[in-house]
Design a protein around this ligand. Structure first.
Ligand SMILES: Nc1ncnc2c1ncn2[C@@H]1O[C@H](COP(=O)(O)OP(=O)(O)OP(=O)(O)O)[C@@H](O)[C@H]1O
Length: 258
């Protein structure tokens, strides 16, 4: 129990989470809190289980045949694996942005409106309002407002990724999961995404997987270091990068292995 009443509370929390593909554990007994309206970076060498952990947070691993888990994941006080949980509703509350932007072959407008239409929103004015709000939120509105009904596939890579962020935001999630959202982008588009993440954390709780150590240091408040399926340590980003408790963390953040 924290003594500071202003200390952020966990928005999501994994307790002793083990996730296997078949019989092989990809992550073992991971206990990690994702704090409300903070950015948590998940770092570690390839194959250490970062994406597996991220995908577990909105049960995307359910889609992989043979994936199974033990342990608990809470969203606020709700066990996300409880029988009463509707997975579609969970994924609306915990949205996801992938490494490679994946706009639908539809117009810019329809990409953002998609989840709203699926959710039953029919009113044209309401749809237009929410699409504009989401595009503004994703810092894309000014670039696309005059071409909303053109194909999303005509946008640049960086614009497509911001469109995917707008699409995720349109259904008003509480948590945004980002799996290397800038790894396919050039430095200018990457800087825009990083700036956006900085703005989004006023509203959203964000967990981001990144291979880029500088990016983790720039965008996150907290950093969790994974190694071979284990969570080695998690703490304030500055502490993890300047004064880690564990030797393995120090070796990784100083580039001794990777
Ligand atoms: N769909 C799958 N089926 C079987 N094994 C998988 C699957 N996805 C991941 N794995 C295995 O689980 C382990 C963790 O993978 P994961 O993708 O979570 O790691 P990662 O840290 O995100 O890696 P990277 O940084 O390379 O993306 C790896 O051994 C990987 O081979």
């Amino acid at each position: 129990m924290s003594l500071n009443p202003n200390a952020p509370r966990p928005k999501m929390e994994a307790r002793e989470l083990t996730l296997r593909y078949g019989t092989k554990a990809a992550i073992q007994k991971v206990s990690l809190a994702i704090l409300d309206r903070r950015v948590t970076a998940l770092i570690g060498p390839s194959g250490c289980g970062k994406s597996t952990f991220l995908r577990a947070l909105n049960r995307m691993n359910d889609l992989i045949p043979g994936a199974n888990h033990t342990g608990t994941i809470l969203l606020d006080d709700m066990d996300i694996h409880d029988r009463s949980v509707d997975v579609v509703d969970l994924r609306r509350r915990v949205g996801m942005v992938f490494q490679k932007s994946n706009p639908f072959p539809k117009s810019i407008f329809e990409n953002v409106a998609y989840g709203l239409r699926v959710g039953g929103m029919k009113d044209k004015a309401a749809l237009e309002q929410r699409v504009e709000k989401s595009l503004r939120g994703a810092a894309l509105w000014d670039e696309v407002k005059d071409r909303l009904h053109e194909s999303a596939l005509g946008l640049s890579g960086g614009q497509q990724q911001r469109l995917c962020i707008a699409r995720a935001m349109a259904v008003e999630p509480q948590v945004l999961l980002m799996d290397e959202p800038a790894s396919a982008l050039d430095p200018i588009a990457t800087a825009k995404i990083e700036e956006l993440i900085h703005e989004l954390k006023a509203t959203y709780t964000i967990a981001i997987v990144t291979h880029n150590m500088q990016q983790a240091a720039r965008v996150s408040d907290r950093t969790a270091f994974f190694y071979m399926g284990e969570l080695v340590e998690c703490g304030a980003t500055e502490q993890i990068f300047t004064n880690p408790r564990e030797k393995r963390t120090e070796d990784y953040v100083t580039g001794k292995f990777g």
